[in-house]
Write a new protein. Structure first.
Length: 192
């Protein structure tokens, strides 16, 4: 028999972890969640059942492919970072609300907006700052490495979150910590 508090904690951890990954790529975590829901590996709130349908799969697959390619185009990558900050917040909120189940609506949406949207916004903000620094210091040449790392994070972390939500949260915290250290180290070298 499942422990209700553990199920709730797992769904919140899953929601936050999935939401945070929309800061790496906007559509890929949504696509992974859609595939997992479609195949029965990810339970969704009944109001978000549309996420596990063939039209959602097709739309998200096309959007994810376009987004992946666009992040490898110099200049477009920085533009996408700017445009996707508010979009990541929205996608993170929706994705976390989709997997947080069995909560009263006020609590669910508060958690989705604050934790899910906040995690997505934080991740997107950090990745945008790292890309801006990369553009500044490498003339955009290093951005391909960042695009590949973000793509890897947008694939691996959602898959890990679906299997082991708490492990995914720990991994995300470590990744954000490393990014902050990188940014802080560069700032010290610039001023020192």
């Amino acid at each position: 028999m499942p422990i209700p508090h553990l199920d709730l904690a797992l769904s919140v951890a899953l929601g936050i972890a999935l939401a945070a990954t929309t800061g790496f790529r906007l559509f890929l975590p949504l696509l992974i969640a859609s595939v997992a829901a479609y195949t029965g590996h990810l339970p969704l709130d009944e109001n978000f059942a549309w996420l596990g349908t063939p039209p959602a799969l097709t739309t998200l697959a096309v959007a994810a492919l376009i987004e992946i390619v666009a992040y490898y185009v110099p200049g477009i990558d920085n533009l996408l970072d700017t445009l996707s900050v508010p979009a990541a917040f929205i996608a993170g909120t929706v994705l976390s609300a989709a997997v947080i189940t069995d909560l009263p609506p006020v609590v669910k949406w508060t958690a989705a907006v604050v934790a899910g949207g906040g995690a997505a916004g934080l991740t997107k903000g950090v990745t945008a700052m790292v890309r801006a620094k990369s553009t500044l210091f490498t003339g955009g040449v290093g951005n391909h490495v960042l695009a590949t790392a973000e793509l890897g994070g947008a694939i691996l972390v959602p898959l890990l979150a679906i299997a082991l939500p708490f492990a995914a949260l720990v991994l995300l915290i470590l990744l954000l910590w490393a990014a902050f250290r990188l940014l802080r180290g560069r700032r010290r070298r610039e001023t020192g």
